[in-house]
Design a protein around this ligand. Structure first.
Ligand code: GRG
Length: 289
C-alpha cells in the first residue's frame, strides 16, 4: 500500500509476533503444557492470516499526521487488532455465523476445534488490555483513557452489543435506521476507537479530540458501507445490507458523501500531512476485499 511506509507495518507485525512469542512461551517453558501450545498456535493462526490491517493503518497515518512516535502507537494498535481478531474468531463459531472459511483459509475452529477457538478469542480479548496496561502505565491518565475507549468500543456498549442487536433483529423487517445502528456498534465503534485512542495518546485539546472522534465515526461508517457494497447481491437481497434498502447506486453516493465529510473533518491538520489520510479514505472507497 503506497500511502503507508512499509516500515510501519513491518514494525507492527514484528511487535505482535514478539509479544505473542515472548510472553506465552516463557510460561510454556515453565509448564511444558501442550494445551497451551495449541492455544498459542490457534491465536497466531488467526492473528497472522492475512488481514488487511485497516485499523492499524488508520492509527499510524493519524499518528504520523500528529507527529507521534511510532513506538508509542504500536501497542495501542496491536491491542485493537487483538480485539478485532477475537471478534472474527468468535463470529465464525458454529453458535454464531457458523463459517468454515475466513480470508480464504479454514476458520479457527475448523482447524483447532471449537473449545480452543473460543479460548483463543478470550485470550486475545484479555491480551488487548494486558498490552494497554503494560505499555501505557508510564502515563496512567493516557492508559486509563485507552482502557475506557477500548472497553466501551468492544463490549456491551459497542461491538458485542451490536452483535446482540444483530442476532435479535427481525431479519425480514429490519429498518434502515436499526441497520445503521447495528453497523455502527458492530463495526464502526472499533474503527472509531482507533482515532479516539490516537487522540488520547497525542493528548489533543478538546476541539481537536472531537474532530478525530468525528473522523473515526465517519470512517467506520464508510468502511461498513463499502463492505455492504462488496457483499451486495442483486439476485439475493440481504435485508441486513444497506444496499438492499437504498440500491447499489444510492449506497455508493452515500459512501462518497461520507468519505468527503471524513476528509473535511481533518482540515484542522497541516495540509502537507493530509494526503496519506485522504489516500486511505480513497483506498476504502475503492477496495475489493
Ligand atoms: C462473544 C461469542 C461471542 C461473540 C462475539 C464480537 C462478536 C462476536 C462479533 C463482532 C461482530 C463482527 C465480527 C463484526 C464484523 C466486523 C468486520 C467488518 C469485520 C471485517 O473486517 P476487515 O475487513 O477484516 O478489516 P480483515 O480480514 O481485513 O482483518
Amino acid at each position: 500500500m503506497i500511502f503507508l511506509p512499509q516500515t510501519h507495518l513491518d514494525n507492527f507485525e514484528s511487535f505482535l509476533k514478539k509479544h505473542f512469542l515472548h510472553i506465552p512461551l516463557s510460561q510454556l517453558e515453565k509448564n511444558q503444557n501442550l494445551g497451551q501450545e495449541k492455544l498459542l498456535e490457534s491465536i497466531k493462526y488467526s492473528l497472522f492470516s492475512g488481514g488487511k490491517r485497516f485499523r492499524p493503518m488508520v492509527g499510524y497515518l493519524l499518528g504520523d499526521a500528529l507527529n507521534l512516535e511510532i513506538q508509542n502507537l504500536t501497542p495501542w494498535l496491536a491491542a485493537v487488532e487483538c480485539i478485532h481478531t477475537y471478534s472474527l474468531i468468535h463470529d465464525d463459531l458454529p453458535s454464531m455465523d457458523n463459517d468454515s472459511v475466513r480470508r480464504g483459509k479454514p476458520t479457527n475452529h475448523m482447524v483447532f476445534g471449537e473449545a480452543t477457538a473460543l479460548l483463543a478469542g478470550d485470550a486475545l480479548l484479555t491480551e488487548a488490555f494486558t498490552l494497554v496496561s503494560q505499555y501505557y502505565s508510564i502515563n496512567p491518565s493516557v492508559g486509563l483513557s485507552l482502557v475506557t475507549i477500548l472497553s466501551s468500543a468492544s463490549g456491551f456498549q459497542g461491538m458485542v452489543g451490536g452483535q446482540a442487536l444483530d442476532l435479535a433483529v427481525d431479519t425480514q423487517h429490519v429498518s434502515e435506521s436499526s441497520l445503521n445502528e447495528i453497523h455502527q456498534l458492530k463495526t464502526g465503534a472499533l474503527i472509531q476507537s482507533v482515532a479516539k485512542g490516537v487522540a488520547a495518546i497525542a493528548q489533543l485539546p478538546t476541539n481537536q479530540n472531537l474532530k478525530l472522534e468525528q473522523f473515526g465515526s465517519l470512517l467506520g461508517r464508510a468502511f461498513q458501507i463499502k463492505d455492504d457494497l462488496l457483499d451486495f447481491n442483486i439476485q439475493n437481497k440481504d435485508p441486513k445490507n444497506l444496499a438492499s434498502h437504498l440500491g447499489f447506486q444510492e449506497t455508493t453516493k452515500v459512501l462518497n458523501a461520507i468519505s468527503l465529510e471524513a476528509q473535511e473533518t481533518l482540515l484542522f491538520m497541516e495540509t502537507n500531512r493530509l494526503e496519506p489520510l485522504n489516500a486511505l479514505i480513497r483506498y476504502n472507497q475503492e477496495r475489493e476485499l
